[in-house]
Write a protein that binds this ligand. Structure first.
Ligand code: SF4
Length: 328
């Protein structure tokens, strides 16, 4: 039973999700596109807010399929059989209407390839009915423009282990940040403590952003803290938007080994160096060196350095039970 950043099985973060992924029969043909990973695995850790934009704008089930077309006015979404039936504005208006509700979710899982919900690579057709280029879906594009820091991912891409890990990590971070904001807004102390706890995590993703975040918080006296916090979080989410590479993880692991320093015996040091090297080569998953490091840290729990490392978000970015680091 996990308890992390104030979240637990009784108090889960909420994810918005394309409703067809939940197994609901809301597609144009009366079917669904259930994602077993969402309904059977992620549902243990997240509440879901299912939304079908096409049903919500009154298109009904079943309905005519729609598609994106390129026009002089930009990309529009129209009926596949009658391009005079245009749904672009209705879908954008719906996204605008949903923003207050979506401001309280911690992420959004969209259905891929959909002219309403796709995040990228949705076909856009030209006047000759040929797919000419690609774009985001009309509804999802608006949601992403209005909530640019909200973690979003397509269900199909969640089958990719690094993308899945990165999405869930960002979701927990976003949910935690929301919680801190709602609790009391940010104090200088609170911001610095938060930053302290995410240092290794950011380092594993993007060293430039790690430096920029430190510089941004270097002198808080006399500054508007809500603006500082907003910009800080923008930089942070930008820095974490791509999965960390094996090389960067291995560098952070070596740093963790450095924290343990001389407290390790020679044979323990050799063993850890070997496991980190095997991770670096792709022979072992990330969970292997981390478990070994955690084991050594727990044996030294009275030590201040061990306490500092154990408190790092990098050691525990989401519930261990999700097994996300077993596959990267
Ligand atoms: S992709 Fe979006 S619009 Fe299409 S059925 Fe699923 S939820 Fe509805």
């Amino acid at each position: 039973m996990y308890s992390l950043f104030g979240f637990s099985p009784e108090n889960k973060p909420t994810l918005a999700i394309s409703q067809c992924l939940m197994g609901d029969n809301v597609r144009f043909n009366g079917g669904h596109k259930q994602s077993r990973y969402c309904t059977d695995v992620l549902s243990e850790y997240f509440n879901f807010l299912p939304i079908c934009p096409e049903v919500e704008i009154g298109m009904g089930v079943p309905r005519e399929p729609i598609r994106l077309i390129g026009t002089d006015r930009g990309v529009e979404v129209v009926s596949s059989s009658d391009s005079s039936k245009v749904y672009t504005q209705s879908l954008r208006d719906l996204a605008d209407k949903k923003i207050p509700l979506l401001s309280s979710v911690a992420g959004y899982i969209f259905m891929q390839k959909s002219p309403s919900c796709g995040v990228e690579r949705v076909k856009v057709y030209n006047a000759k009915n040929h797919p000419q280029w690609t774009s985001a879906g009309i509804y999802s594009e608006r949601v992403m423009a209005r909530l640019p820091l909200l973690p979003v991912e397509e269900a199909g891409r969640l089958m990719d282990a690094p993308l899945r890990e990165n999405f869930v990590m960002r979701v927990y971070l976003y949910a935690h940040w929301q919680k801190l904001q709602q609790a009391s807004g940010f104090t200088a102390k609170g911001l610095l403590e938060f930053h302290q706890s995410i240092k290794l995590l950011v380092m594993a993703h993007n060293f430039e952003v790690y430096r920029a975040l430190g510089n941004w918080l270097s002198c808080l006296k006399g500054r508007d803290l809500s603006q500082v916090a907003h910009r800080y979080f923008e930089l942070l989410m930008h820095g974490l938007s791509k999965p960390a590479t094996r090389k960067h993880h291995a560098n952070v692991l070596a740093r963790l080994q450095g924290f343990l320093g001389k407290s390790l015996s020679v044979s323990e040091r050799v063993e850890l160096t070997e496991v980190i090297a095997q991770y670096r080569k792709g022979i072992m998953p990330l969970v292997a060196p981390l478990l070994l490091i955690r084991h050594h840290l727990r044996l030294r729990e009275d030590d201040k350095v061990a306490q500092y490392v154990l408190s790092q978000r990098y050691m525990n970015p989401y519930p261990l039970e999700l097994g996300l680091r077993n596959a990267i």
